[in-house]
Design a protein around this ligand. Structure first.
Ligand SMILES: [Zn+2]
Length: 413
């Protein structure tokens, strides 16, 4: 069915079209908190996929500050379907883009610009792969229902988007393919086969305020208690189990002449393994209760309160993901591209899907410096970019691997 050299040539010939689509996407600011921009990007994206036969549906986000999720569907001739996942939003406010003169800027093999790498380059890759499949394997392309899910607010974790994807997929959905950027290490392309879960937390301490001059012994110092509690929080980090517990912000008190009655800190914890994640959460919550810092006068104890603010479950190694990785790896070998898996610390929508569908991530192009908009004269700071030459070989592997996946009717787990 596929002649690899021909497939490569075709993709190479259509790369300028994909990069033009990317340029148009990057020109629209789609910061998560800019719903008008996110919705404008959704319209542009829907327009680009329409000639491939996709119809668009907007689904309001559960978070009313955000733009709408975009769902693009193309019905196939069998009950089988595939879910392709990307997101619309970026992390850059328009003022920051303007301040740092951060916009579409090709330089040699790199294109700098907001979202070039995370994740508009991935959406352009998705378009290139689907166009290549339709051209080179029309029967396979027509045989499945394609569902393209574009999250309006991935960068702030939108749990409702995971629910939307899961509702629209079923037992006939062969896989969820996530187009976040490729990783690289030791010069080898890396797909994502696991991601850490993340929980954010807040520790607050209620002490007892007192005049620092005249009634110091009556005070129960909330900041002193918080300092002691945070030592224990920090000690939960265990690199040998890939568990990190990070204290991110801290505050307390409001005057030097007072024994502070309140103090707080917030942070996050991350782990790959569900059991490590659960244990760390339990250890953190166990710090809730009376503290050891007491007033000198009557032994009044500070009260420590621990809350979990939000939670994205880990995506651990699993059979479905491993089977997809094996398929991509063997397809890569056939095309002379070395591909390996990577367990990544950051979250993606894959965390919300892996236990419902065989899921693989990192199908986008390669680039670097995502979430950075700054450039320094000495070159020590460079903003986000995508590498142009990474598109064609990756698109060829994705196209062939997806064709194989459809022909095989899914992966064995
Ligand atoms: Zn992303």
């Amino acid at each position: 069915m596929f002649n690899p050299a021909e497939l490569n040539r075709w993709i190479q010939a259509h790369l300028p079209g994909a990069l033009e689509f990317l340029r148009e996407m990057v020109a629209i600011n789609s910061w998560t908190r800019n719903p008008a921009g996110v919705n404008e990007l959704a319209r542009l994206t829907a327009g680009h996929f329409a000639p491939l036969g996709f119809s668009a549906e907007s689904v309001p986000s559960a978070n009313c500050d955000c733009g709408d999720h975009l769902l693009l569907t193309r019905r196939g001739s069998t009950a089988k379907s595939l879910a392709l996942v990307s997101h619309l939003d970026t992390v850059f406010p328009p003022e920051e883009e303007a301040r740092n003169n951060f916009h579409w800027q090709p330089e040699g093999d790199r294109i700098f610009g907001p979202g070039t790498h995370d994740i508009k380059g991935g959406t352009a890759m998705m378009w290139l792969v689907l166009a290549a499949l339709r051209e080179h394997a029309p029967a396979i392309f027509e045989s499945v229902t394609w569902r393209l899910f574009l999250d309006s607010s991935e960068e702030t974790s939108s749990f409702d988007f995971g629910e939307l994807c899961r509702q629209r997929c079923d037992a006939d959905t062969l896989a969820a393919l996530v187009f976040e950027a490729e990783g690289r290490s030791e010069g080898v392309r890396r797909l994502v086969i696991a991601r850490k879960g993340r929980a954010t937390w807040r520790v607050s301490v209620a002490g007892r305020g007192a005049h620092a001059g005249s009634r110091h012994p009556r005070g129960a110092n909330a900041i002193v208690q918080l300092g002691q509690t945070l030592q224990r929080v920090a000690a939960l980090t265990d690199y040998s189990r890939d568990l990190t517990v990070n204290i991110g912000t801290v505050g307390g008190g409001n005057g030097l002449n007072r024994v502070p009655h309140e103090a707080w800190a917030e942070g996050e914890l991350r782990a790959f393994k569900p059991e490590v994640f659960a244990k760390a959460k339990a250890d953190l919550l166990a710090l809730d209760g009376p503290g050891e810092v007491r007033s000198g006068e009557d032994g009044f104890a500070c009260e420590v309160c621990v809350e979990i603010l939000s939670e994205s479950r880990p995506w651990p190694r699993n059979a479905g993901t491993d089977a997809l990785m094996a398929l991509w790896q063997s397809t890569g070998e056939e095309l002379g591209e070395k591909l390996r898996g990577e367990e990544r610390g950051g979250l993606s929508d894959g965390n919300l899907l892996w236990d419902a569908l065989p899921t693989i991530d990192g199908l986008g192009p390669w680039g670097d410096n995502d979430h950075c908009s700054e450039r320094s004269a000495d070159g020590s700071k460079q903003p986000e970019y995508v590498e142009i030459s990474s598109f064609v070989p990756k698109a060829a592997v994705n196209t062939l691997a997806i064709a194989r996946l459809i022909e095989a009717g899914g992966v064995r787990q």
